[in-house]
Design a protein around this ligand. Sequence first.
Ligand SMILES: Nc1ncnc2c1ncn2[C@@H]1O[C@H](COP(=O)(O)OP(=O)(O)OP(=O)(O)O)[C@@H](O)[C@H]1O
Ligand SMILES: [Mg+2]
Length: 297
Amino acid sequence: MNIVEKAVEKLKNLQPEPPAPASAPAYVEAGSLHSASTIERLQDSARILDHSSETAPPWHVDHMALERMGLLSADKEEAARLADELRRIKRPLMNNAIGKGAAKALAHAERIVVTSAVPGEGKTFTAVNLALSLARERDFEVLLVDGDIPKFDITRILGLEGRPGLMDALSDEQLQPTEVIVQTDIPNLLVVPVGKRQLLTAELFGSLRMEYVLEALSGRNRRRLVVFDSSPLLVTSESQALVSHMGQVVLVVGAGRTPQQLINSALQNVNDSQYVGLLLNMSSLPANENHYDCYYG
Ligand SMILES: Nc1ncnc2c1ncn2[C@@H]1O[C@H](COP(=O)(O)OP(=O)(O)OP(=O)(O)O)[C@@H](O)[C@H]1O
Ligand SMILES: [Mg+2]
């Protein structure tokens, strides 16, 4: 029984027995009506409280689905090597987030976007694996946000289509941004799906509401890292708007596939106040050679 329900019960007990209708004076009727509506109001708030305190069971993250989509490796050796590489990649990001990294006093260092110049360079692979790796850290909680509006691969792979998400939080001012956060059954991993498609995505990403939503998603908990998957910088304008709100930018570069000129163009979208990590993704090489190389700074 919650506090409001207890109050309702107490109030009921304090009520005098309803008088027999024939002998009841008018003022008693009025008094009991007033008390009845108080009880109804309390009962209503009890229902609202019950509803809002209902916690949905955590969303099951299907590892087999991640494997099928090539986001996790079924091969133990390969998985161990990837885990090792991710440790190197996440360390500077975490240090920056707690103000102990090379980039001191970085604004919004807890906001990390994984992006690239052109499609298919390994952004979603990196964002998901980075989030899983960060979630294993004792001192952090990770919120993985599907910021790739056209493809919404994270939303699809996790089976979260049709759930409210980032786009709803941006377009519906009545919605509390935290309402779109999905708790998962992986400890320390929360997800925000893409939500309902909207027109003018770039304008939404560039809006004041976006800053409010990002603040709310980061939460009061300064140990929460928010990792965004995004669309490619040279293909959509919303990814450029998204990147502009971030403290840390991980630019994935597909080894042997992205010409330097495109990487330079993509880098035009970041500024000196952001921390940028270039991640050379060797995924196009044979499996035994495919790994990451990173250059930060
Ligand atoms: N380091 C890696 N090791 C193994 N496979 C990888 C690696 N990086 C990417 N891949 C695979 O390459 C494919 C493309 O990767 P991914 O979907 O992450 O790219 P993307 O940049 O998100 O593409 P898009 O721009 O279309 O969203 C996927 O099948 C992914 O599993
Ligand atoms: Mg992707």
